[in-house]
Design a protein around this ligand. Structure first.
Ligand SMILES: Cc1cc2nc3c(=O)[nH]c(=O)nc-3n(C[C@H](O)[C@H](O)[C@H](O)COP(=O)(O)OP(=O)(O)OC[C@H]3O[C@@H](n4cnc5c(N)ncnc54)[C@H](O)[C@@H]3O)c2cc1C
Length: 550
């Protein structure tokens, strides 16, 4: 064609671009998830989860998530006349997402309707939701996690639990008694220390009975529009836990003043703030001086959700990578068919399946509240699992992003947001080192937890010699000396990967378990390195097909 006579309205055809991955069922395509809920007592929830999976995988839901993250919350400190408001304004998409979570019991169902598999069922919903949006999970987690601490005080429980159990989301800035449903937050971290909460300087002055006046600050207080917060403050008897409502009992606004909102790397749909308390009214939970163990009970459930949320994010990162590689062609062949890319995809799929299996195994331990062996496992696995899954999350996100090439790096696609979100779960509720030191603390206080771990993995050991050898090494190490702080990351990783290996050997297809054991449990130069170094003999296609987001 004569170049000069080419029509000016087009310069090129758009080809070889991947269609968006949407309008698919997040549950139906996730075999690792479906199999895990079945073995952990929540099989009956499968039809319900399939309905949620279809809703959450819809284009409309992904669009809401994008809107909520593009339109970050705005601090509304003053009204037009200069009076303090101390409120946060959210985009309607945020409210719609919060209403979805509340409606389906993500912040309350295991407490409001306890029963076999209740925490696992919620965990599966939480993981699927995390694939779509994560900022709204912050207040959802804190509301769910606050319940065991609030239950310690019968009067507070009678007042607050019905509102927490409510399936209605009510964003109005009103006293909780006038609302159809509430959300809760938590305040521990201060400027001088977050891990070391005993350095808190916020003061609680007795104001009669169990009431106190709180004066001080919090350096991180997420979801500041929550209806109440569990906070730590120094009472005369030591560091104590309080419930601090947004509105006081007389209906007036409590003296919590927002200073500013954090400008965050990720988690953009959610507001995180710095606040000051100017004699704010609060009610003591438990005894003075017992604040740390009481609020750590809340922290334990938050840690479970950190693991679940990261496993969900990993799953979505993997799905995006698989989907793209199935559509995109380079050098005359689809990416998924290129041997080296097939290796990368299979390795990501193994990591995602291992995270899913481990996170749901942990959730199952929360369902077995009265079983002493499960209690030991819960104590030691919660920090170990939180640590390891959250450490693997950013690496999975980075590798999945690379599968999409430049398209992975732009904010129009979901990978960039997933990547920015990933490190958060590793930092909040105990950053990596602190959480590994908690593993040591758990083992030090409960040496019998090693026996519980041995019992947990025993049925799998005959299935794979590498797993058996790894188990022997890890368990012997735990029995001989598990108190070495400098080795705490090795300890936590060893426990988490041991349980992952046992779960995969028992329940996953042989091809998945085999590839996991050879690359994660053997101490060769490639174990723990970049993804895509599975042995050449691995059936990459079979592993990827099991994970395919169809
Ligand atoms: C988006 C976001 C939202 C948050 N929301 C909340 C909230 O709602 N409420 C709340 O209370 N907090 C919140 N946090 C705060 C968070 O929980 C803390 O940032 C976290 O606990 C770490 O505390 P820090 O920042 O003071 O770090 P530091 O305590 O100073 O720790 C810094 C580093 O040192 C390491 N470290 C500490 N002690 C040791 C040790 N003994 N040995 C080896 N290493 C050690 C830690 O692992 C960490 O890597 C939020 C944080 C973020 C990023």
């Amino acid at each position: 064609m004569n170049v000069r006579s080419a029509p000016l309205s087009t310069t090129h055809d758009v080809v070889n671009q991947t269609p968006p991955l949407e309008d698919y069922n997040l549950f139906a395509c996730n075999r690792a998830l479906a199999e895990a809920i079945a073995r952990h007592g929540a099989a009956a929830a499968a039809p319900w989860l399939a309905d949620r999976g279809a809703e959450l995988g819809s284009a409309a839901m992904f669009a809401l998530a994008l809107e909520a993250n593009r339109n970050a919350p705005l601090l509304e400190l003053f009204d037009r006349s200069g009076r303090r408001r101390d409120q946060v304004g959210f985009h309607p998409a945020y409210h719609e997402l919060m209403a979805y979570l509340k409606r389906h019991g993500a912040s309350s169902a295991p407490w409001a309707e306890p029963g076999p598999g209740a925490h696992v069922r919620r965990a599966a919903l939480f993981m699927m939701y995390a694939e779509v949006e994560d900022g709204t999970l912050c207040p959802t987690t804190m509301t769910y996690a606050a319940v065991p601490s609030i239950r310690r005080d019968p009067a507070l429980a009678a007042e607050w639990l019905p509102r927490i159990h409510s399936r209605e989301y009510d964003p109005r800035f009103l006293p909780a008694a006038q609302k159809r449903g509430v959300t809760l937050g938590m305040g521990m971290t201060e400027k001088q220390g977050g891990s070391d909460v005993r350095s808190n300087t916020t003061v609680a002055a007795p104001a009669g009975g169990r009431e106190y006046r709180i004066t001080g600050h919090k350096w991180f207080l997420s979801a500041p529009m929550s209806d109440a917060f569990l906070i730590l403050a120094q009472a005369p008897g030591g560091l104590s836990c309080f419930l601090l409502p947004r509105h006081a009992a007389d209906g007036g606004v409590n003296d919590l003043r927002i200073q500013r909102l954090k400008d965050k790397l990720g988690d953009r749909s959610n507001a995180s703030s710095e606040v000051e308390f100017w004699g704010a009214r609060a009610t003591l939970i438990g005894e003075e001086g017992r604040g740390v163990p009481i609020i750590l009970e809340m922290g334990t459930y938050c840690r479970l959700d950190c693991a679940l949320g990261t496993a969900g994010l990993m799953r979505q990162a993997l799905s995006q990578a698989l989907h793209h590689a199935a559509h995109r062609t380079a050098f005359g062949r689809r990416l998924a068919e290129q041997p080296l890319m097939a290796n990368v995809l299979a390795d990501l799929a193994i990591e995602s399946e291992a995270a899913t299996a481990l996170a749901l195994r942990l959730a199952a331990a929360f369902d077995a509240q009265d079983d002493p062996v499960e209690a030991l496992l819960r104590r030691v696995l919660t920090p170990a699992v939180k640590y390891w899954i959250c450490k693997r999350g950013p690496a999975v996100a980075a590798e999945a992003m690379e599968v999409l090439g430049g398209n992975g790096f732009v904010e129009e696609g979901p990978l960039a947001r997933i990547y920015r979100q990933m490190p958060l779960n590793s930092i909040w509720e105990g950053a990596g080192n602190v959480i590994c030191l908690d593993v040591l603390r758990a083992l030090g206080r409960h040496p019998e937890a090693v026996d519980a771990l041995a019992t947990e993995v025993a049925p799998a050991l005959a299935g794979d010699a590498r797993l058996a050898e790894f188990a022997q090494r890890i368990l012997r190490g735990l029995r001989e000396d598990s108190g070495d702080e400098a080795a705490a990351r090795r300890t936590a990783q060893g426990i988490a990967t041991l349980v992952q290996g046992a779960l995969l050997v028992r329940y996953a297809p042989n091809v998945v378990a085999d590839a996991f054991c050879v690359t994660r449990l053997c101490d060769d130069a490639f174990a723990g390195g970049a993804f895509g170094a599975l042995p050449r003999s691995t059936d990459f296609r079979a592993i990827a097909e099991r994970a395919w987001p169809r």
